[in-house]
Design a protein around this ligand. Structure first.
Ligand SMILES: Nc1ncnc2c1ncn2[C@@H]1O[C@H](COP(=O)(O)OP(=O)(O)OP(=O)(O)O)[C@@H](O)[C@H]1O
Ligand SMILES: [Mg+2]
Length: 505
């Protein structure tokens, strides 16, 4: 949509941003044309979120210049960014759960709230929704909405406030493939209105489908900016990201499946809204077996993981680990029994941002780290080894976990959970937010654990991931197991049908 006379919407020139012990951006230059979707790619910790936080005014750069629509600007605060029409939807949403959609949309607007006519506001919100094909119920409470819906509200909020340049930090990491496609359509509509979008993603196929242009960051530096054409390949993008040609491959060795490890029998539980979320679910996982759970998000997967790990009460049925009854046992008893958990919301339940990297590791390795006295030096040695082995990019083990990049925080939690010598691992979306290389490493780690006789419950929406790792796949729909299939024989169509509640013929 650019002509010679239209200046780029965004020009970030030679941006440098330092943090203690890290240079997050080194002389990075990003040019984004008006009316286009521009993707930002790079490995975990490459500096993508930081560069966008600079553009949105959350961080002030140490060096560099910026121009918006050709005009030199200094952006010192989110307010400055907002005044220039720049809005950012973060990796972790900032909506207020117990307020309605309409209340969230107007939250923090400059006019005092009592000057706003809520009926009028609702009408306007719905009008903006219609314009961009974002369906909303302005009276719904945020807690009633799915993750995908919450995200659309964040986008709507930005548009309602007149955003012209919209930044989305990994918008599809938490979406199902269907929701991601729907989001892609919304983004195309938004740029169709002459607005500009920058989005960060680790999903290379998505970058190819949605973006007009892509910029790749490596260790804080921009290494390439290219037009996306029908010829652009995922392997080319991956090569730009890591700097060498790579073949990603998962090799699943045959394993000997052992005896029953986890026995789940007629398990029922209530969900967030006090409605049945699990309805008499029964399955068994053997030692050395990876059992996948396929399903569209929100069909009971989270509740299943929560009930098994003691974070939610079962209202019926039983859970046994190697014959030991763990139904409604205390979470600590369950951990001690050998169940490791890679939770879905790692930021909230998986880690403590204010604590150091090594203290986050100690959260689960207290057995190793304690004894009669907390053995600090042993914990520190182990922390260094884990950071190294899992390639967690951090200045050191005393760094606050909250300052790690999104993907590196994930890696830290994975490192901790996969090394507690578990009997069973519950892995919910284990590669969410990880770059392609790190995803492959994690998948291989799960296979390694399987080789050692560990049972794995793998919850994922990524059918490729489920097929490449699982031995059997159970399909969940509205809290029921629709069926269990052999991963070597099942087809995507069969599983897809069951995911929508139909039973394969
Ligand atoms: N507030 C902060 N304080 C200290 N260091 C930070 C802060 N924010 C980011 N960093 C560091 O800057 C580097 C770049 O982080 P950034 O979050 O920009 O990466 P990213 O490319 O978004 O990665 P990911 O794909 O994992 O989200 C990392 O080493 C990170 O630890
Ligand atoms: Mg990030």
């Amino acid at each position: 949509m650019t002509t010679a006379s239209t200046p780029p919407a965004v020009e970030m020139i030679n941006i440098t941003k330092r943090f203690p012990g890290v240079i997050a951006n080194r002389g990075a230059t990003l040019i984004v044309h008006k009316g286009e979707i521009h993707a930002l790619l790079g490995e975990n910790g490459a500096g993508k979120s930081t560069l966008m936080n600079v553009l949105a005014g959350l961080y002030v750069p140490d060096a560099g210049e910026m121009r918006i629509h050709g005009e030199p600007v200094v952006i010192r605060s989110p307010r400055d960014g907002f005044d220039l029409g720049i809005a950012m939807v973060h990796q972790h949403f900032k909506l207020v759960m117990n307020q309605t959609v309409a209340e969230n949309v107007i939250l923090g607007l400059r006019e005092p709230r009592f000057h706003l006519d809520m009926a009028q506001v609702k009408k306007q919100i719905e009008a903006v929704g219609r314009q961009y094909d974002i369906h909303v119920d302005a009276d719904a409470y945020i807690w009633q909405l799915s993750v995908g819906e919450q995200q659309r509200i964040e986008i709507l909020k930005a548009l309602y406030r007149g955003a012209d340049i919209l930044i989305l930090d990994e918008p599809t990491a938490v979406l199902t493939p269907q929701e991601a496609d729907a989001l892609g359509q919304i983004l195309k509509r938004i740029v169709g209105e002459g607005k500009t979008i920058i989005f960060i993603s680790h999903k290379l196929d998505e970058v190819i489908r949605f973006a007009d242009e892509v910029t790749v960051l490596r260790k804080g530096e921009v290494v390439a900016t290219e037009r996306v054409t029908p010829e652009t390949s995922t392997s080319h993008l991956a090569e730009l990201m890591v700097g060498r040609s790579i073949v990603f491959r998962i090799h699943k060795e045959p394993v000997t499946i052992g005896g029953v490890c986890l026995d789940v029998k007629e398990l029922s539980a209530l969900g967030e809204k006090r409605l049945p979320a699990l309805r008499q679910i029964s399955f068994q996982i053997h030692s050395g077996e990876i059992f996948g759970i396929a399903g569209v998000a929100g069909n009971g997967q989270k509740e299943l993981a929560d009930v098994i790990t003691g974070l939610r009460r079962a209202t019926g049925g039983a859970i046994r680990l190697k014959g030991k009854d763990l139904t409604n046992a205390h979470p600590k008893t369950i951990i001690d029994a050998g169940i490791a958990h890679i939770p879905e919301s790692r930021i909230h339940t998986g880690s403590v941002g204010a604590m150091s990297v090594s203290d986050n590791i100690a959260l689960k390795h207290y057995r190793a780290a304690s004894g009669p006295f907390l053995d600090r030096s042993r914990l520190r040695r182990m922390s260094r080894e884990l950071v190294e082995a899992f390639n967690v990019s951090t200045p050191g083990i005393d760094t606050r976990a909250g300052t790690l990049s999104g993907g590196n925080l994930q890696k830290l939690i994975l490192a901790r959970e996969l090394t507690t010598n578990p009997t069973l691992i519950i892995a919910a979306h284990p590669t969410q937010g990880l770059d392609v290389g790190a995803s492959e490493a994690v998948r291989n780690r799960l296979l390694e654990q399987q080789q050692q006789g560990v049972a794995v419950l793998l919850i994922s929406e990524d059918l490729d991931e489920l097929f490449s790792l699982s031995d059997r796949i159970g399909v969940i729909y509205e809290g029921r197991l629709m069926g269990i299939v052999d991963a070597r024989q099942a087809t995507r169509e069969e599983i897809g049908l069951m995911m929508t509640g139909m039973v394969a013929p």
